[in-house]
Ligand binder design. Sequence first.
Ligand SMILES: [Zn+2]
Length: 323
Amino acid sequence: MENKKLIGVDLGGTSIKFAIMTIDGEIQQRWSEETNILDEGSHIIPDIIDSINHHLKLYAMTTDQFAGIGMGSPGSVDRENGTVIGAYNLNWKSLVYPKREIEKATGIPFFIDNDANVAALGERWKGAGDNQDDVAFITLGTGIGGGIIANGQLLHGVSGSAGEVGHITVDPKGYLCTCGKHGCLETIASATGIVRVARDMAEEYAGDSELKRHLDDGDEISAKIVFDYAKTNDTLALLVVDRITYFLGLALANIGNTLNPSFIVIGGGVSAAGDFLLSRVQKYFAEFTFPNVRDNTKLRLATLGNVAGVVGAASLVLENTKD
Ligand SMILES: [Zn+2]
């Protein structure tokens, strides 16, 4: 095992990222391919196989040098059977068999988990999680995902939904979520949620605000634009950020109260707002946490960026082959 290598695959709707790593987590090679979602996503698995085989040839490596391939995938993942269903951004509507096909074509053992869990493993191993046994991870992107590592183990729950922190109810009378509930954290604090909150608050806001003028002019906005205005002390943008960070702080405090991890790591595109975001979430986190959790569970920004997925995916091999 000592000299064996790992392959990590991070499968997303626009690109597939690959990495060859040592078992100590050092990245040796990295590349990516565009995701071809045409024809119900039927090209995706063959493309992954071709890309791996092509790159092993390119680097003059053989399959027996590898302990395994780990992959993070959108959709509902069956880890035992190595199947995926309902990955709509890949056009995978029916059951897909990545494990069966990739093992057959490469001869390398294959392991799979969902993309948010895999990113959590990556941040925990080589990022802001400092390789601690208790780390929670939340990713603020178009939606909100998460992954929980407790006592050194990634949590899956009885049916694979552990760590679905985007669907924590924070506002029972709030917006309707894609999951059918009202007031999920994702409806407020995801990139799309932030835009929705900004539009709604702008309608009722009567004060002077560049953000309001921007919206009234019908210009496109994004979570980044909202944060950029807030950083210039725009009054409406600051109110929007305060509302979002209130709900984020509330949700993260309750994750903290439940799990008491060393770190709750915040990643995803929205986390690019940096310490400006973190300090405001921290304020509400402190308000809603049990004292011992407030003192010992720390909020941190993710550090791996978009490498978290491949690093965590590669680590699935170690998670699944250790005794
Ligand atoms: Zn929901």
